[in-house]
Design a binder for this molecule. Structure first.
Ligand SMILES: [Mg+2]
Length: 392
């Protein structure tokens, strides 16, 4: 059984504005969502995390913070979020005062026993909060922290608090270090938090080693991966670059093929790996759509129609008149797209007309890239699978 993942989400200062100086939301007058919190939380649904609300409510249930004053705003928040499809799997609230020094009070982990039992992959889980104590909770749980530091918003820790205890890095540092993530991310908005957590979800790597070729293809449908392409065929690289650039998909292709025989195996096997990687990265195709694109390229017109519906059909009408463009044989473009179509399990119809063979090839690759861009675009707020059958 695979381990579960969780997002431990702080309430005050993270979902709701923390009123000052009382620091408690004890009336409807003090009730206000942090900007972007509702849409941010909504886009985290269906990413495979359990959502856990984890909050310290100092002295809740005592005269300093009667329960009746707490529960109205709390329920309003939960109901509002529920209406947007955000339902917490668990709600953990510590009621002690700081001076009580109880292990249940964050950053203590006394409330989190269930999550420390081995059922959860804490290294793949996050605390989302707004204070250094939230980062400390993450450290105590063995997960990572995302601290919301709203631009122009209130930061209740002194920066020194944070700097002294944790190595806080800016998101711009983090975006380049997917495999070496620091443990604390500072986000300036809920949009950044959602973008970060959604990253890497729709990725796939396919490796294929035969006597003819050694190929490794990585795709990231949400484009966070820096693209790099090397197949040994310059014009083919240029065309694959068009796919990466115009589709917005992060694409890494490293291919070593038997070019001394000819270009066939290299181009075919790149297509197979690319198609398999795209198919795998798309997963259950939640939130994607079916599309086509047509574009002119000087005297040439290219049209690509694509349906990721799972059935294979391929159409090709591209009248090349030269045997080669650069170092790449034009007859192999049909074979490339046919192999890609079969590996992706899609309907792919490509038509182009024009005189200049370079324009024809480039027009086709660009139109394919644009079509792919539309087809794999994922609306984070649309979780429907785009078919009445319920399965693509
Ligand atoms: Mg807070």
């Amino acid at each position: 059984m695979s381990l579960k993942k969780a997002l431990f989400i702080d309430r005050d200062g993270t979902i709701l504005v923390e009123p000052m100086p009382s620091e408690q939301v004890d009336s409807f007058e003090k009730f206000e969502f942090i900007p972007g919190a509702i849409s941010g939380l909504k886009s985290l649904v269906n990413l495979g995390y359990e959502l856990v609300l984890a909050s310290n409510q100092d002295g809740l249930g005592t005269d300093s913070f009667p329960y009746e004053d707490f529960i109205g705003p709390q329920n309003l928040m939960l109901k509002t979020l529920e209406g947007e499809g955000v339902v917490f799997d668990d709600i953990l609230i510590d009621r002690s005062f700081p001076a009580d020094n109880l292990p249940t009070r964050k950053p203590g982990t006394g409330m989190f026993g269930k999550y420390l039992s081995g059922e959860y992959d804490l290294s793949a889980s996050y605390v989302i909060g707004d204070r250094a104590t939230d980062a400390a909770l993450a450290a105590n749980l063995g997960c990572k922290a995302i601290l919301l530091r709203l631009a122009g918003g209130q930061v209740l820790d002194t920066q020194q608090d944070v700097d002294n205890r944790y190595q806080c890095l800016d998101r711009s540092d983090i975006s380049q270090t997917a495999n070496n993530q620091p443990d604390i991310l500072q986000a300036k908005s809920w949009g950044e938090i959602a973008g970060f957590l959604r990253r890497g979800v729709r990725c796939a790597t396919i490796e294929r080693n035969t006597r003819e070729t050694q190929i490794k293809v990585t795709v990231d449908l949400d484009g966070c991966l820096q693209s790099g392409i090397s197949t040994g065929l310059n014009f083919f690289d240029h065309m694959l670059d068009q796919i990466a650039h115009h589709s917005g998909i992060g694409l890494q292709i490293e291919a070593k093929g038997d070019l001394k025989v000819d270009e066939h195996h290299t181009m075919e096997d790149v297509a197979i790996c690319l198609g398999e990687a795209l198919k795998q990265a798309l997963g259950d195709k939640r939130g994607i759509a079916r599309y086509g694109f047509a574009l002119p390229m000087d005297e040439c017109e290219a049209m690509v129609l694509l349906d990721l519906g799972g059935r294979i059909d391929f159409g090709w009408e591209v009248p090349f008149t030269r045997e080669y463009v650069g170092d790449t044989p034009t007859e192999m473009f049909r074979h490339f797209f046919k192999s890609l179509c079969e590996a992706m399990q899609c309907n792919l119809h490509i038509r182009a007309r024009g005189e200049n063979n370079h324009h024809l090839a480039e027009g086709v690759f660009k139109a394919f890239a644009r079509t792919l861009r539309q087809a794999v675009a994922c609306n984070p707020f649309d979780y429907e699978i785009p078919t009445s059958k319920g399965l693509l």
